[in-house]
Design a protein around this ligand. Structure first.
Ligand SMILES: [Zn+2]
Length: 126
């Protein structure tokens, strides 16, 4: 048995366009319902763990540490797929979310934040 890699695959690392803090945005989506659950941030190591451990790991900007979703709350995110966008500055992680994605207990962070009352546009451009 070979031991798991300890660094992110260099071909993947080369495609990441990180911000000044070395992080890439990760959109977390429920695999079956397509709900957008939350947005988190990953550095190379958080992405490596997410790609290889079957659980989502983020890097916390405020605490400056790795954070595996659900370790304290039990609300784990089981990885189903991870995709990168066209220019490498965002990741889309499809998961099966156990319980709530948001720390407030709401299913998604966007339910917690709430609707901003945008003017609804028309499909036809005038
Ligand atoms: Zn939240």
């Amino acid at each position: 048995m070979t031991s798991p890699p300890t660094t992110l695959d260099p071909t993947i690392a080369a495609r990441l366009k990180r911000d000044s803090a070395g992080l890439v945005a990760a959109i977390i989506q429920q695999v079956d319902t397509r709900e957008v659950l939350m947005l988190g941030w990953m550095d190379d190591e958080a992405l490596r763990r997410t790609l290889t451990e079957g659980r989502v790991t983020f890097f916390s900007r405020s605490r400056q540490e790795y954070w595996r979703k659900g370790d304290t709350s039990g609300h784990i995110q089981v990885v189903k797929s991870v995709a990168i966008d066209c220019d490498g500055d965002a990741l889309l992680v499809e998961v099966d979310q156990v319980g709530s994605a948001c720390h407030t207990g709401e299913r998604t962070c966007f339910l917690t934040g709430g609707d901003l009352g945008a003017v609804v546009g028309e499909n036809q451009v005038s």
